[in-house]
Every structure is written in C-alpha cells, then in structure tokens.
Design a protein around this ligand. Structure first.
Ligand code: FDA
Length: 303
C-alpha cells in the first residue's frame, strides 16, 4: 500500500509499456468509448455494470469539475447507447471536491447532485464509493442530503470498520441501496479490524442485518464463503432475486460472475476507466499476491 504513495514507483510502473497490458485486465481503458464498449460486452453476457471514472483525492477545483463533466458525459452516452437500464455509475467524492478543504464538502455535494440529476435523467442511479475512515461521516452526510432528492443513491459500507454493523442498522431501510464490501484502505487498528477473521466475521454480521432489513443489499465480494452465506441469507429471508445483487470488480473471478448470472442472480461488475488508474491498480495488487505475481511477470516477460 505504501507503493501507492511513492512517486518513483508510480513513474516506473506508469511508463513501463508492458504494464499497460496488466492494467487492461482490471481497467476498461482510458476513454469513454473504451468504457462504453466494455459495458456493452458485459451487458451482452447477462451482467449489470457500475462505471467508475478513475481519479481520487483531487486537490484542484478545476480537476473536480473535469471529473464531474466526465460523469455527465458517460451518463449521456449510456442513455444514447440504450445501456442506462443495465449500467449505473460509482463516484468517489474525493474526486469531485471532498478533499479540497474549506468549502470542499459543499463542492462535492453540488457536483454529486449534478451527477445524480444526470443519472436520473437517463433512468439510472449513482453509488457513492467509500474511501478511508476519515471521510466516512462526511460521505454518509452527503449521501443523506442526496437521498432527499434522489432516494435511490447507493451507499457503500466497509466491513473492516468497527462502526459498520451499526451503520448497516441505520441504512437497512426501504429503498436504501447499500453495497457491502470488506474495505481496501490501510486503516489503523483503532478504527478497523486488523485481521482477516475479524473483517470476515463483521462482513457476515453486516450481511445478516442487510438481508433481514428492508433495503436493497449489494454484496460486493469475490470471497466464495461470503457469496455462499449471502445466498443462504437471501433464501432464509425469503428475498426474491431482484431484491439484492452480487457485485465484483472487472477482471476478477469473471467465471464466477458468469456462473451466478447463469443462475439468474443479478451480478454487477464494477468497471473502472480513465487514465488515473494507478491508485486503483495498486490497491488490487496489494490485496492479492497472485495479482502482484502476474504483474511482476509481465514486467520481465515479453510473452
Ligand atoms: P478477499 O480479498 O478477502 O478475498 C477472499 C477470497 O476471495 C480469496 O481467498 C479468494 O478465494 C477470492 N478472491 C479474491 N480475489 C480474487 C482474485 N483476484 N481471483 C480469484 N479469487 C479471488 N473498497 C472500499 O474500500 N471502498 C469501496 O467503495 C469499494 N467498492 C467496491 C466495489 C465492488 C463492486 C467490489 C467488488 C469491491 C469494492 N471495494 C471497495 C474493494 C473491497 O473492499 C475489497 O478490497 C475487495 O473486494 C477484496 O475483498 P474480497 O471481499 O473480494 O475478499
């Protein structure tokens, strides 16, 4: 994770020609055309999509507006391409102003509101990604404001945080779309479970709350045990298959995505695109040594 903050490593990785091949495995491409083409292919295979325009921690107001505009554009394009029923967008508030300081939260809310309006205009939704724990209260506050006008705006909760089970209780209400993930930031033990078992147990407790509640759970994990438990909880709570969904990242366990879709489960693929892929890629590599090995091999091999 510390590599994600090293400018030297960032430069070496970004400029290595072969690393682009590996990036392609996890990222749709750099342009909105790339994103639309990958969306169309996923939808053809029976999967749903949430598009993420890559970028985070914007410290520049102009850049926050550029990111907002990218979302407005892709939403209009999804509408024109007839893909907006199957594809929504995921937004990091730090990419649209939250990290600016001063009036940052206000900008982020305003930009997110414009993105939500553009999504509603083409009949789709927005989910607010969750970033490191210092932003959780701010993000949930902005979510509450957005939901007044756009009630279908989705939340993300991270099972590794001690607070999350209680946040699940608060958000498991009718119409409330909640994506539950394990969490992918480097958090201190004062706020988050440091071990895998602690996070996994919390994930199951949170799943129980969400599945028993009145909201719409979005089960974001590649973990076979969590997927099995989610399925069992859906049955125990007599949920119909359109009252929850599974979500996985683009390029990760695609066969499992197709297996679930073949069982008529709703499966949504988180599809990132754009040229700011570095932070995203490093988190994926840090999560799984096998991904890192694949990446390192590609740096030393021309095959
Ligand atoms: P974990 O990484 O614990 O892996 C458990 C098991 O899953 C492994 O033992 C293996 O069996 C299987 N597995 C995992 N990766 C695999 C791979 N590459 N190939 C094969 N098997 C694999 N995080 C965050 O902090 N904020 C956010 O907003 C989001 N948003 C988000 C959206 C979506 C749709 C997803 C799927 C994930 C996120 N995340 C996220 C990331 C999330 O927090 C987490 O870091 C990753 O999903 C990895 O955790 P897993 O639950 O997959 O299990």
């Amino acid at each position: 994770m510390s590599a994600s903050r090293s400018e030297l490593i960032k430069h070496a990785v970004s400029s290595a020609p072969i690393s682009r091949e590996v990036v392609r495995r996890f990222v749709a491409g750099e342009t909105s055309e790339d994103a639309l083409a990958a969306t169309a292919e996923l939808v053809r295979s029976g999967r749903l999509v949430t598009l993420d325009h890559l970028g985070e921690d914007t410290l520049d107001r102009g850049q926050a507006e550029v990111t907002r505009d990218a979302y407005l554009r892709i939403l209009a394009e999804l509408g024109s391409a007839g893909l907006s029923e199957a594809a929504e967008v995921s937004v990091k508030l730090s990419a649209v102003g939250q990290a600016l300081g001063g009036d940052g939260e206000k900008f982020a809310l305003e930009h997110a509101r414009q993105i939500c309006a553009a999504a509603a205009n083409v009949g789709t939704t927005v989910t607010l990604d969750m970033e490191d724990h210092t932003t959780t209260d701010s993000t949930l506050g902005i979510l509450a404001e957005l939901r007044q006008d756009f009630p279908s705006t989705g939340a993300v909760l991270q099972a590794y945080l001690y607070r999350t089970e209680s946040d699940c209780v608060d958000l498991a209400r009718a119409g409330s779309r909640v994506r539950l993930c394990k969490g992918s930031y480097d958090e201190p033990s004062s706020v988050a479970f440091a071990d895998r078992a602690g996070t996994d147990n919390s994930y199951v407790r949170c799943l129980k709350v969400l599945m028993a509640g009145d909201g719409y759970p979005m089960v974001a994990t590649h973990d076979p045990r969590m997927i099995e438990i989610a399925g069992a909880l859906a049955i125990r709570n007599q949920r119909s298959k359109d009252s929850y969904e599974y979500q996985m990242l683009y390029g990760i366990r695609p066969e499992e995505q197709l297996r679930l879709a073949a069982l008529r489960e709703q499966v949504r693929v988180y599809l990132p695109y754009g040229d700011q892929w570095y932070g995203y890629l490093v988190r994926r590599l840090a999560e799984r040594p096998a991904n890192l090995a694949l990446f390192m091999r590609s740096l030393v091999s021309t095959r």
